[in-house]
Structure formats: C-alpha cells, structure tokens
Design a protein around this ligand. Structure first.
Ligand code: GUN
Ligand code: FE
Length: 447
C-alpha cells in the first residue's frame, strides 16, 4: 500500500487541559509530518525526525501559513434541520412546533433526505468537521440517506432514527411505539459498525416519548451496549422543558433520573445542552459516565441558558464534554465559530475559555466525549487519518493581525474570535483529501 503524507505546522492534543497542566496536554511542531497508510496514521512528529524513516515517501501535501489538526468533531447536530437555519426563534417549544416539526416531516421523502444529506456533508467537510453525532428523524428514509452519504465519503459518523411517539404532530410522530423500536433495531443491525458508521438510539427528549417508548429504548440500548451502540438525546436545555418533564414524570427526582430510570444512561449516552443542571444530576451524569455536548450558538439563539463548563469539570466529578453546532437552533455549521460563542458565554460568568482548551474540545475532547478517544481526534500512530488544515491567514485582516501574534494559541484565538466561515483549507477523511479550498483571493479592483 503506497504511503501518503501531510507536512506543515501541526498541533494535536494528548490529554485534557481542563484536568492537567496545559503544557502536558499537546504536541506542537513548527514543521511536522504525518505519514498515512491504508487510512491510518502510521507515524507523526517533527519532519526532520520522521521523514528519514520513509525514504520512499513521494506523495507529500505541504501547507504553509496553516495548522494541521485532527478533523473537528461536532458532538450534537441535526442534519434534518439544515433547511431551517435562521428561522425566527422565541422559545424552544414554540420554535419546535412552528418550524422544526414541519421541516423534519419533509424527510419522509427519500429525495428530500438525499438532497439535504448531500448538502449537509459538504457543509461539514468544508468547515473541517470529519465526525459528527447527528439526529436524523422519525423516518427510515432519513437514516438511510444519512448513512449512505457518509459511506460515500467514508466518514466516521454517529446517527440513528429519532424515537418520538407523543406530543408532536401526526406527520412526524411514530405510528406505533413497538414499531419504532423494531425499526431502530433493524437500522442498528444494518448500519452499526458497517465501515466507519456507528448507530445511536435517539429518543428526541423525554417529553416526546411515552414511558413505554423510553423503557423499550433503554432495553434496546442495554442489549446492544457491548457492541458500542450510543444513546443520544437532549437534557436540561430550557426551564420550560424542565417544567414540562416534571409534569409528565412527577415521580422522578429530576430530568436526568427520568433517563436513568429507563436505563438510558451509560458511557456512550450523549446529552445535548445541560444548561440548567442540579448538583445531583451532575453526580448522576458523572457516575454513569455520560458525555455532554455544549451547544453555545443554539443556547444563545433560543435564549435557553448556558452550559457551565466550570460546573461540569468540577474536579471531584468531572464530565466529558465536547462542542455541538446543534443546527438548526445553532446558527451555523462551524465548530470554531461555536468556540467563539462558548468563550463569550463563559466570560459572562467570569470564566476564561482560552484557545488551547477550546481547540482541545473541538478535537480530542470531542473524541473522548464520544468514547472514540483511541480512534479519532489525535494525530498519532494508530489513529484514523481524519485531518483539518486550518488557514492561519484566512482574510486580509487576519493576515495583517497575525503579525502581532507569535504563539500558536494566540493565533488560534484570533482565528476563533474573528468567527470567519472560511478558515478551513483542506479536509482529509481516512487519509483521502475530500475538500480543498483555492487559496487565491482575487479582488476585482486590485491593481
Ligand atoms: N429539544 C428537543 N428537540 C430539540 C431540537 O430539535 N432542538 C433543540 N435545540 N432542542 C430540542
Ligand atoms: Fe439539538
């Protein structure tokens, strides 16, 4: 098998800077080299050390004024909401009823699902995202379209059918509770670990499932736990939602325990949002080993509240968390743009989320959250070769601004703060380049 390699400035995380001294948590090479065989990294490090080991190397992609990083990881999003970005939101529950449910209802049609899946993958890869944890919707068509497109790129993705059998329009509701579980099981058996695809059991959130559906979902999860199947849902996003859950499930001590009661909490259970969380809920999430997706642009857009990472990372019971775009309540497909929102949300509480910890979250932190920390999210031997190449001079202003920043994390902070949409130069999936942006910016009136 021929070798492929990527050369340039390189950054990769090896530990959690929320828990360990920052300097122990990353490798940074001014001139790095990654060597890839058969979709996996077989060597990575300083060019002058790694290159002599491979005298036969001739296929080298070289980048300057850029930073080679692991592909970015989006821990929570909805591809089926791509058609409704920027739909006016007042409250979560109104927004769901007015825009979200009618939009998702369109995905009964395989043609719609195929077209949106194609667009969604192009958006992700353009923004350097190579793995995402993604809601489809009720219909088999929506799951099939997603995984078929993922298979075409060979991306490592997590998705599945959404379970929702009450409190939403008939056009989107599961026709039968038992049928919804049987369909999930069939899709799980078809897609889980087929190539790089991974399956998640997805109750939308507690209010849209009957207790019977949650019970059966928990059973399905537990009987497939040893295969590495996921649970993915929403938790503690908005006060109105929490009040509704209390009405629907009055005998449970809190929202988290509703999922716990039905056996839905485990290491591969990923909870989106967690904005309004009681201490006993953090303890349950820690004890069960659940991961959380922090979705700042969504939380700001719907005015729900904010994920408090300093609570989540409390050293006595730390929670794994990553970043979620949560399209379409999130307002764009870019993980780095979420980082700039996460920074501002934290600042309102006098906490500083620096670029080092931010880009950890966008890469290795996301992988750890999804229990894929030994598979993706790092540029090291044995890892799958998913790579994003971040442009350190993506605009005329950025190019000028970089003159005043030497340190790589200062540069990354500029990049995330500017919140530009074109910071990704190239994306590799399992060692294959799937996206490449032309660098030349041409202006009509330039002399
Ligand atoms: N809670 C239940 N469904 C949804 C959804 O689609 N988006 C968001 N942001 N929250 C939800
Ligand atoms: Fe969501």
């Amino acid at each position: 098998m021929p070798l492929k390699s990527v050369r340039g400035q390189m950054l990769s995380f090896k530990d959690d800077p929320f828990l360990k001294p920052a300097s122990e948590c990353y490798d940074h090479y001014q001139d790095g080299l990654i060597v890839i065989r058969d979709g996996k990294i077989i060597d990575a490090g300083d060019y002058s050390i790694v290159a002599p080991r491979y005298p036969q190397l001739n296929d080298i992609d070289t980048y300057s004024d850029a930073l080679i990083m692991p592909g970015l990881i989006d821990c929570h999003t909805h591809y089926v909401q791509s058609p409704m970005l920027g739909s006016f939101g007042d409250t979560l529950l109104n927004w769901l009823n007015r825009y979200t449910y009618p939009t998702e209802s369109m995905f009964r049609d395989k043609g719609v699902a195929d077209e949106v899946a194609r667009m969604f993958f192009r958006q992700l890869l353009e923004h350097g995202t190579t793995t995402a944890n993604v809601f489809a919707t009720t219909f088999e068509t929506s799951v099939e379209a997603f995984f078929e497109e993922s298979e075409r790129y060979n991306t490592r993705m997590i998705s599945g059918k959404v379970l929702q059998d009450r409190n939403l329009p008939d056009s989107l509701k599961d026709e039968s509770t038992e049928g919804s579980i049987l369909l999930s099981e069939r899709l799980l058996n078809k897609w889980h670990r087929r190539g790089r695809q991974l399956y998640a059991i997805i109750p939308r959130f507690a209010p849209t499932s009957t207790p019977e559906q949650l019970r059966l979902a928990g059973e399905l999860y537990r009987s497939n736990m040893d295969k590495g199947v996921y649970v993915h849902t929403h938790l503690d996003e908005a006060q109105s939602e929490i009040d509704w859950v209390r009405q629907l499930y009055p005998s449970h001590p809190n929202y988290t325990e509703v999922y716990g009661h039905f056996g839905l909490l485990g290491r591969r259970s990923i909870m989106a949002h967690c904005c309004i969380v009681q201490e006993d809920e953090w303890e349950t999430l820690h004890r069960c080993g659940c991961g959380v997706a922090h979705c700042p642009s969504s939380n700001l857009f719907l005015g729900d509240g904010e994920f408090k990472y300093w609570e989540a990372k409390e050293k006595s019971r730390p929670i794994r968390f990553g970043i979620g775009t949560d399209v379409g309540a999130g307002t764009n497909f870019s993980v780095p743009r979420q980082l700039s929102e996460a920074y501002k949300v934290a600042m309102l509480h006098s906490h500083n989320l620096d670029a080092l910890r931010s880009f950890y979250l966008a890469t290795r932190g996301g992988a750890e959250t999804l229990c894929l920390g030994d598979t993706i999210g790092s540029l090291a031997p044995g890892y799958e070769a998913d790579i994003a190449v971040i442009d350190l001079k993506p605009s005329e202003y950025a190019e000028w601004r970089m003159r005043f920043s030497d340190d790589i994390f200062e540069k990354l902070f500029v990049i995330m703060t500017l919140g530009l949409d074109n910071i990704n130069l190239a994306t590799y999936v399992a060692g294959r380049k799937v996206y490449d942006r032309m660098r030349d910016r041409k202006f009509m009136y330039a002399s």
